[in-house]
Write a protein that binds this ligand. Structure first.
Ligand code: ZN
Length: 287
């Protein structure tokens, strides 16, 4: 029953995406100025950018140019209509756990990356491994694995799809360890924090400030919150100016207005806790 409703939701969203194309084209003369300026230029101090801000900037003009992917959810989660894709929204498609208690995720990294790029990707993996039971291992024979490539933009599929699955980190735009960690968390099965079903208790979405054709990126999902509190500081949280029409905030904290949303390079403590809860990892001091 869950699968049917999720599939229907995806279908509806894809139809919605198609129907907004014409609107975008019609209004292009009005929005011309915005289309030619960068996501962050007018309202975000570059040194304050979070991993998600960087992803939005990298994907701003490129996300539609990826042939493998049918569409993107929330700006950077790849969705295809192929029969192989599992409906992972609202429930997770998990990687399997080893008898030794670790979750080993095999990966390949494209030889097109420079040594520096590869070090940045490795740092993003290390950040996930630290304090969790997840371990990234270079692929030898594993059937299921991440194929990390510098395709167009920064994006990942949600959860494990089975077989080879692309995780794109374009160079240099996506070459932040925090961006790598963010995409790896999508691959582990996590959606964006402000997609949580209970988010309206914790943040206010300022719908009138959102670019009209990007409103769909602020949907809520029936997420499994793993009994964890809402985490404004998650590396999976949108920034305050995500998809802003004119530089005004689009999502703000409800209570403490000073709380900073998102992360630049690290997972929050709650991000790590959520990984361990989702994968039912025992907490050992040697993680
Ligand atoms: Zn994301």
């Amino acid at each position: 029953m869950m699968d049917v409703s999720v599939t229907t939701l995806l279908h509806v969203l894809m139809l919605y995406s198609c129907s907004t194309t014409a609107t975008t084209a019609q209004s292009s003369s009005v929005t011309n100025k915005r289309l030619h300026r960068s996501y962050s230029d007018d309202h975000i101090i570059r040194s304050d950018m979070t991993a998600m801000d960087q992803i939005m900037e990298a994907n701003e003009f490129r996300a539609a140019q990826v042939p493998e992917v049918t569409s993107f959810r929330d700006g950077d989660i790849a969705v295809t209509t192929g029969g192989r894709s599992k409906a992972c929204f609202a429930r997770s498609c998990l990687w399997s756990k080893s008898v030794d208690g670790h979750v080993y995720i095999a990966y390949m990294v494209s030889s097109d990356y420079s040594d520096l790029d590869q070090r940045i990707i490795k740092t993003g993996m290390d950040e996930i491994e630290s304090g969790t039971c997840v371990r990234f291992v270079p692929r030898t024979h594993q059937r299921d694995y991440l194929d990390i490539q510098p395709q167009s933009g920064c994006w990942s599929y949600l959860g494990q799809r089975g077989g080879r699955q692309t995780l794109s980190l374009q160079s240099p735009d996506c070459m932040w360890s925090g961006v790598t960690s963010h995409q790896l968390m999508h691959a582990l099965g996590f959606v964006h924090e402000q997609s949580r079903v209970d988010r309206d208790k914790h943040v206010t979405v300022l719908w009138e400030n959102i670019l009209k054709d990007q409103v769909k990126n602020f949907e809520k999902f029936k997420t499994n919150n793993l009994d964890t509190p809402y985490d404004h500081g998650s590396i999976m949280h949108f920034g305050m100016y995500a998809y802003s029409e004119d530089g005004d905030p689009t999502i703000v904290p409800k209570r403490n207005k000073a709380v900073k949303m998102g992360q630049r390079s690290s997972l929050s403590a709650l991000d790590k806790m959520k990984i361990n809860k989702l994968y039912k990892c025992e907490i050992h001091e040697d993680y």
